[in-house]
Design a protein around this ligand. Structure first.
Ligand SMILES: *Cc1c(COP(=O)(O)O)cnc(C)c1O
Length: 350
């Protein structure tokens, strides 16, 4: 078989920054131990690359959303250290949990019964304290199906930890009020932003995701957290435009004078959405420190940049996408979470 040639699109993962971010969040968690949210293929960065790094940095509890996300992690970590946030909704999922050995997070009376009927065993329990997504209500804790559970982590999830919202203290109080009502081994409330809310929110286990991967969940983290993901794309073609030539679909950019441009191998199918270039027109790719302005609409597989500032560039040269997440989110009007998880499958992750 002939080898597939390498793609003109690569995602560099700074594994030292990833390990640093884990240790920083673990240390900010005080007496609590930081786990790691590794769902959605480590927020799009690649579990194969990131999970061993997080493990070696000290993480020993890993959160995914789906049962399908468990098996790909087993080469790196033990099943019993994996928590499945969506829980067990039916007998098939419960049987799978039993067979593979990962631990479900029970989210409802129905799930508690499903788990009990499958024979039960260690699980986590999610209590809803106001986000109204998954989780039992505090009034349901006394239910026999809940009381029969063998709970490791009793947990809840903050809705607005990234804001200075009164809801944070309300959820904290609601969570504390529940902790005496059911036997458990550990308590867990804080996501990345919750860790920055301070020691009151840390309990025994924290569950950072975004900030492991370089997201600034709250301003307190901006000096601490380092960029992890560096998307890069190659120039496929240089072109000379004459004054009046239009670029891309609907010719939304018209050359004011003769200019040289580069056609670059990244598009919205790779997560580089049109919203990057729909606003102020100040969007750019980077050649070192040099900003190369985006011209015209972003296509599915490519984008055009102005090469006036960097005439030395040739086809095959690599450009960087500015992916400091807090800044990139402002530039693109896409949230830091989405910027990570949108990164498509066509990148070679290095
Ligand atoms: C995704 C998720 C996390 C991680 O949240 P971040 O905001 O990415 O740090 C923690 N807990 C639960 C229940 C989650 O679903």
């Amino acid at each position: 078989m002939v080898e597939v040639p390498p793609p003109s699109l690569r995602l560099r993962i700074d594994t030292q920054a990833l390990a640093h971010n884990y240790r920083a969040l673990d240390s900010m968690s005080g007496d609590a131990k930081a786990g790691a949210a590794v769902k959605a293929d480590c927020y799009g960065l690649g579990a194969q690359t990131c999970v061993p790094v997080l493990r070696d940095a000290g993480a020993d509890l890993f959160f995914v959303a789906h049962w399908s996300e468990v098996a790909p992690l087993l080469p790196y970590i033990e099943a019993g250290n994996i928590r499945v946030l969506h829980g067990v909704s039916n007998a098939q999922e419960a049987a799978y949990a039993k067979a593979i050995g990962a631990i479900p997070v029970v989210n409802s009376l129905h799930q508690a019964k499903v788990w009990g009927e499958a024979g039960g065993g260690l699980c986590d329990l999610m209590i809803d304290t106001g986000i109204n997504r998954l989780g039992i209500s505090p009034q349901e804790i006394g239910d026999a199906a809940i009381q029969a559970l063998n709970v490791d982590c009793l947990m809840s999830h903050l809705a607005s930890a990234d804001e200075d919202s009164a809801m944070n203290a309300q959820q904290l109080a609601a969570f504390k009020a529940c902790t005496g009502s059911i036997a458990h081994k550990r308590l867990s409330l804080a996501n990345s932003a919750g860790i920055a809310l301070g020691a009151d929110y840390a309990f025994d286990v924290t569950r950072p995701g975004l900030s492991l991967y370089g997201g600034i969940a709250r301003s307190e983290l901006s000096e601490v957290i380092r960029q992890v993901a560096y998307p890069e794309a190659a120039i496929m073609q240089k072109r000379s435009l004459s004054a009046g030539d239009g670029v891309g679909y609907n010719s939304s950019f018209t050359a004011p004078a003769a200019m040289t441009v580069g056609v670059v191998s990244i598009g919205y199918a790779d997560g580089f959405l049109r919203s990057w270039n729909s606003g102020s027109g100040s969007a750019y790719l980077l050649h070192g420190e040099k900003r190369l302005a985006l011209l015209g609409k972003i296509s599915m597989d490519m984008v055009v940049v102005d090469l006036s500032q960097a005439p030395e560039l040739v086809e095959g040269d690599w450009l960087s996408v500015p992916y400091m997440l807090q800044h990139a989110a402002q530039q693109s009007s896409v949230s830091q979470y989405e910027l990570l998880t949108l990164l498509g499958q066509r990148f070679k992750r290095i």
